[in-house]
Design a protein around this ligand. Sequence first.
Ligand SMILES: [Zn+2]
Length: 318
Amino acid sequence: MIRSAAPTPEIRPRSRSISRRNWLASIAGTAGLALAPRFTAATPAASASRPAPFINHCHIAAKKFGRDTSGRPHVGTVGDLQETLADAGVAGAVVFAPFVAQEGRDPNEWLVHTLASHPNLVGFAAIDPKHPDAARRVRDCAAMKLKGIKIHPPVMKTALNDPACRPFFAAAEELRLPVVCHTGAHGWYLKHYLPLLLDDIARDHPKLPILIEHVGGMALFDQALSVLMNHKQTTYAGYTMETGPTGRFPESGLRAEQIRTLRDVAGPARIVYGHGYPWNSDNRRALRDDLAEIRAWGLPAEETDLVLGGNLRRLIGG
Ligand SMILES: [Zn+2]
């Protein structure tokens, strides 16, 4: 996520007087679920018998960036990310390469270099699919052990149905590298990155795993859902920044009814939690709250584990 608008998600408490627990109870209530007893504990970590979460959709860069207003000095760097993960009892994360060069290095090479001393972090490349060299870049990134690719059509100014993108998708499919695609209103021409365009890509590349980030947001959710329904073997819902009390974007978050529908239609085996680091106004609190929200869905523990890392680990072969 790269945003600047003031956040007012629909199911976020509008007053600071609403406690976190009441907010969680309201989420569980609107979803027709009882608040699970284990969830009343103060600790945000998984219970001792469950695997610690492994989460998607974290951006890092060499210097501070993002929109965290909690006052920590190095938000957006790998060190702050690690502290954020540890604070929430998260074992590791998929980390996206920056979209621009860092410290004089190509962003994908910089990511590989940076993650070399962080074995709990898995790197995904950032590649513009329309670039004439995109297919070669895909192969280079795979050779560098990057395990997937993040694309952001409105930031990259790339139309998903531009024929120039085809070699990129073919190369990613050949290598079975998951492509994580931003969906949802984010400036630029909506027609160039409607979630429905992913239907063509999934059809043309039937072995390419596609993560539909933000599931279209509340305004384009139905399009994203229809793609999930049409390609059950290869498409996944990227459940990233969908709700929460800590600074989210109203146009990207899902309504409680949409979250229920997503659980029912896609099912927990096709939902992949992502944090959207560092684009939350308080990243540490957002991560704790997200984990709490998902644990309050009332799923069997094994299914919660899928959403909080099992699906993602399977996708990257780990
Ligand atoms: Zn992102």
